[in-house]
Design a protein around this ligand. Structure first.
Ligand code: GRF
Length: 216
């Protein structure tokens, strides 16, 4: 599976979302404005029919699909999602507020080709409501993490993190808003890093290569 782009053959993203879709829209805007050359969105898939993000994808004229997951066995739903991504020639899967755990089979189908964004500095505060968890814990610094997806929740090798201070004036909502602004920058940066191909993953460590990139 190709990950680096060339003029003839862009890297094709598959976006999975369940809700608002602001990270998806930030990625789409980065592509539109030329911040992610050689990258295109192949398809946006929601597991929730009412997700505003999927309506936004349709409005932008991007290929989009709803595959409702509720009530379905994880492995069966994931097999359908993987098949649709493959049918659209997806190289890199970006989870953008996809509120569903992935089956090991799905992860194995896209090895080191699935990214997730999490609204905390992992490994602190994995799981739901991470911003509120961090605020209630009383941390003075928090932020967001873009990481590869492995079989464990919010766990794979970290590509990059962006941090912000927690202000005296913050509440959980204002903090989440300021983290979200960082997420929108971080996701584009992480996609650019991965698409460059100039890295290797050593154990848990995402490491930029020295010297010229070795292309697959
Ligand atoms: C973001 O906070 C992201 O970090 C988390 O889910 C939220 C999705 O927001 N995984 P949006 O749908 O991209 O606006």
């Amino acid at each position: 599976m190709k990950i680096h782009s060339s003029a003839k053959s862009p890297v094709r993203l598959g976006i999975l979302l369940s809700g608002r879709g602001s990270n998806f829209l930030a990625i789409a805007e980065s592509i539109r404005s030329g911040k992610l050359p050689g990258v295109e969105i192949a398809i946006v898939i929601s597991n929730v029919a009412e997700a505003p993000g999927i309506a936004a994808a349709a409005e932008l004229g991007l290929p989009n699909a709803v595959l409702v997951s509720k009530g379905r066995k994880r492995a069966e739903h994931d097999a359908d999602v993987a098949a649709l991504l493959k049918a659209h020639g997806v190289d890199l899967v970006c989870l953008a507020g996809y509120m569903r755990l992935l089956s090991p089979e799905f992860v194995a189908a896209f090895p080191h080709r699935i990214l997730n964004i999490h609204p905390a500095l992992l490994p602190a505060f994995p799981g739901l409501d991470a911003q509120e968890q961090a605020f209630n814990y009383g941390v003075k610094v928090t932020g967001c993490t873009v990481h590869f997806v492995d079989d464990e929740l919010d766990h794979g090798a970290i590509i990059l993190q962006r941090s912000i201070p927690v202000l005296e004036s913050d509440d959980a909502h204002s903090l989440a808003d300021r983290i979200l602004a960082e997420e929108h920058i971080a996701y584009t940066e992480a996609i650019a890093c991965v698409v460059s191909g100039d890295y290797e993953v050593r154990g848990r460590r995402y490491v930029k290569k020295q010297g010229p990139a070795i292309r697959e």
